[in-house]
Design a protein around this ligand. Structure first.
Ligand code: SF4
Length: 266
C-alpha cells in the first residue's frame, strides 16, 4: 500500500517525545487561516509554482508536492535513525495535512512501525469519521490532538469545518485510554479572549482524564506567511500579530490550573 506524503522530517523534536521522524501526509479537510503547511491541504499531488524575489529580480521555481511512499520505504527511513530514536525515547509521528485522510495506509504504517518496536504518534485535527479509530487505536501510543476553538460557529469561520465531530472524537480517544497531548494554537484575536480561554480551561478540567499527559500551547507565528507569498496565495493572517513571550507565560500559568503539565511549544 502507498501513502501520499509531502515531507518526511528527521530529527524532529516538536512532534512528541524524544527524537522523531515526522511523516507529513497529504490532504486535510480543514483550511485553517493560520495553516503553516498549505501544500499539505490538497489530497492530490500538485505542482507548486514558487516565486522568489532577490532585489528587483524574480525567480520562479516549480516543485511537486506529494510523493508516494510504501510502508517499507518509511521503515527504511526509520531504520537509519534507529539509534537516535531509541536513545532519546523517540519514535515516529504521522502528521500532515490530516493523517486520517489516508486511513488504510495510516493503519498499516502504524501497525508495521509498532511491530518493529517504534513508539507511534498521530498529530491530528480530530476531524475524521470515528469508525476509522478502531483500525488505529491498537497501534498508536500517543495522539497529538488539536483544539482550535470551542465555539462551533467560530471554528467553522476560521477552519472551514465545525468542531462537533472533533470534540466527539476527543471523547472517544479519552475513553480508549490512549495517551493524549492537547495542542492549542494561540491565535491573538481569534481564540485568546478571556471568555474563550475560561471556557477552554473549564472544558479541559472537565475532561478529568489521566490520558491527557500534556497541554502544548503553540504560539501563532509568521513562518507560514512566506510560503503563502511564494505560492501567490492569500495570507488571511497578515493583519494578525504573534503573541508575546510574556503573554505565553501568562497563558502557561493560566492553563496549569487544570492540573495538567503545560508546555509552550510542541
Ligand atoms: S488542520 Fe493543520 S494541516 Fe489542516 S488546514 Fe488546519 S493547520 Fe493546516
Amino acid at each position: 500500500m502507498k501513502g501520499l506524503i509531502f515531507s518526511i522530517k528527521r530529527y524532529s523534536i516538536y512532534d512528541g517525545p524524544g527524537i522523531r521522524v515526522t511523516v507529513f501526509m497529504k490532504g486535510c479537510p480543514l483550511s485553517c487561516w493560520w495553516c503553516h503547511n498549505p501544500e499539505g491541504i490538497s489530497p492530490e499531488q500538485e505542482e507548486l509554482t514558487e516565486v522568489y524575489k532577490i532585489g528587483d529580480k524574480e525567480f520562479v521555481k516549480k516543485r511537486m508536492a506529494g510523493q508516494y511512499y510504501t510502508t517499507e520505504d518509511i521503515l527504511k527511513v526509520l531504520e537509519k535513525e534507529r539509534v537516535f530514536i531509541e536513545r532519546s525515547g523517540g519514535g515516529i509521528t504521522f502528521s500532515g495535512g490530516e493523517p486520517f485522510m489516508q486511513p488504510e495506509f495510516l493503519a498499516e504504517a502504524l501497525r508495521e512501525c509498532r511491530k518493529s518496536g517504534y513508539h507511534t504518534a498521530i498529530d491530528t485535527s480530530g476531524y475524521f469519521q470515528s469508525e476509522i479509530l478502531k483500525q488505529v487505536l491498537p497501534h498508536t501510543n500517543l495522539f497529538l490532538f488539536d483544539i482550535k476553538h470551542l465555539d462551533p460557529v467560530k471554528h467553522l469561520e476560521y477552519t472551514g469545518v465545525s468542531n462537533i465531530m472533533i470534540l466527539q472524537n476527543l471523547s472517544k480517544i479519552i475513553k480508549s485510554g490512549n495517551d493524549i497531548m492537547l495542542r492549542i494554537p494561540i491565535l491573538p484575536g481569534i481564540n485568546d479572549d478571556v471568555v474563550h480561554l475560561n471556557a477552554l480551561r473549564d472544558y479541559i478540567s472537565g475532561l478529568n482524564s489521566g490520558s491527557i499527559k500534556m497541554i502544548n500551547l503553540l504560539p501563532y507565528h509568521r513562518i507560514g506567511s512566506s510560503k503563502y507569498r511564494k505560492l501567490g496565495r492569500d495570507d488571511r493572517m497578515k493583519s494578525f500579530n504573534p503573541p508575546s513571550s510574556e503573554r505565553m507565560k501568562e497563558l502557561k500559568k493560566f492553563f496549569s490550573s487544570t492540573g495538567i503539565k503545560v508546555k509552550i511549544g510542541g
